[in-house]
Design a protein around this ligand. Structure first.
Ligand SMILES: C[S@@+](CC[C@H](N)C(=O)[O-])C[C@H]1O[C@@H](n2cnc3c(N)ncnc32)[C@H](O)[C@@H]1O
Length: 229
C-alpha cells in the first residue's frame, strides 16, 4: 500500500502546491489520507484534519496515518463535507476527487470557513458548473492549474471575497487557466473536443438545434483562446 513517501500522483501534488500551510489543513473526502500525510510529513503544514463521509475510507485513512506515525498531527473525522468540523485555525480546505456539483454543494454549506480559509478544489466532473457557482457566490478563482496523468485534471485555488463575478459560459470552461503550459493547453483543447463532439452529435439528430450551435460555438471560443496564446 502506498504511503506518503510514494506520493507521485500529479493531481494530488498539484493540490499540495496551493497549500499555504499557515494553519490546519482540512482534507474533505480524504479517502486514503495520502494528501494530509504528504503535507505533514513534508513540513508543508503542521496539523491536518482528514475527513470523510464514509466510515470505510476513514478506516483506510486511519491505517495510513498510523503507518506514517502521524496520529499526533492528523485527526480523522467522520463528516459530511465540512458540516462536522470547526473552522478554528483552519487556513486551507482541500476538496479533491469529487464531482463539481458535489464540491459546490459542500462549499455552500461551509460559510463558517469562508473568512479564514483558502479553498483548493479538484473537480472530477462538471468543472464548468463549479466555476460558475464560485463566481456567482462571492468567490474568486485566484489561480488554476491543469495536469495530465491518465487523463487531464484541473485544480483551482479559490478565495471568498464576497463579490460576485460576471462571466460568460466560455469562461466557465476555461476558469483561471492561462493556457501557457502544455497541460493547460491540452486540458482546454480536451474541453473543446468534448463540446464539439456533443454539438455535432446533437446536430446530427436535429440540424436546427440551437443547443448544438451553442456547443459548437463554445468549442470554437476555447480553440481560439489557445491559438491566441
Ligand atoms: C474518489 S475519492 C477522492 C479521494 C481523494 N480526495 C483524492 O482526490 O484522491 C472521494 C472520497 O470522497 C468521499 N466523499 C463523498 N462525498 C462526501 C461528502 N459529502 N463529504 C465528505 N466526503 C465525501 C468518499 O467517501 C470518498 O472517500
Amino acid at each position: 500500500m502506498a504511503t506518503y513517501k510514494e506520493l507521485t500522483d500529479k493531481r494530488l501534488l498539484a493540490c499540495a502546491a496551493f497549500v499555504s500551510g499557515g494553519g490546519i489543513v482540512c482534507d474533505v473526502g480524504t479517502d486514503h489520507a495520502y494528501l494530509p500525510c504528504y503535507l505533514v510529513k513534508n513540513g508543508i503544514c503542521k496539523r491536518a484534519v482528514a475527513a470523510d463521509v464514509n466510515p470505510s475510507p476513514l478506516r483506510a485513512a486511519k491505517e495510513n496515518i498510523l503507518k506514517a506515525g502521524l496520529e499526533e498531527s492528523i485527526e480523522t473525522v467522520l463528516s459530511d463535507g465540512l458540516d462536522g468540523l470547526s473552522p478554528k485555525g483552519v487556513t486551507d480546505v482541500i476538496i479533491a476527487g469529487m464531482g463539481g456539483e458535489l464540491i459546490a454543494d459542500i462549499l455552500g454549506r461551509a460559510k463558517a470557513f469562508y473568512s479564514g480559509a483558502r479553498f483548493i478544489l479538484q473537480p472530477m466532473t462538471k468543472p464548468e458548473r463549479l466555476r460558475g457557482w464560485l463566481w456567482d457566490n462571492g468567490f474568486e478563482i485566484a489561480a488554476e492549474t491543469a495536469c495530465k496523468e491518465d487523463i487531464y485534471y484541473t485544480v483551482m485555488f479559490a478565495k471568498y471575497t464576497g463579490k460576485n463575478t460576471c462571466c460568460t459560459v466560455a469562461q466557465c470552461y476555461i476558469g483561471a487557466l492561462k493556457g501557457n503550459t502544455d497541460d493547460d493547453k491540452g486540458y482546454i483543447l480536451k474541453q473543446a473536443e468534448r463540446l464539439r463532439k456533443k454539438g455535432e452529435g446533437m446536430k446530427k439528430s436535429d440540424p436546427s438545434s440551437t443547443e448544438a450551435q451553442e456547443y459548437l460555438r463554445l468549442a470554437d471560443v476555447l480553440e481560439e483562446y489557445i491559438k491566441q496564446g
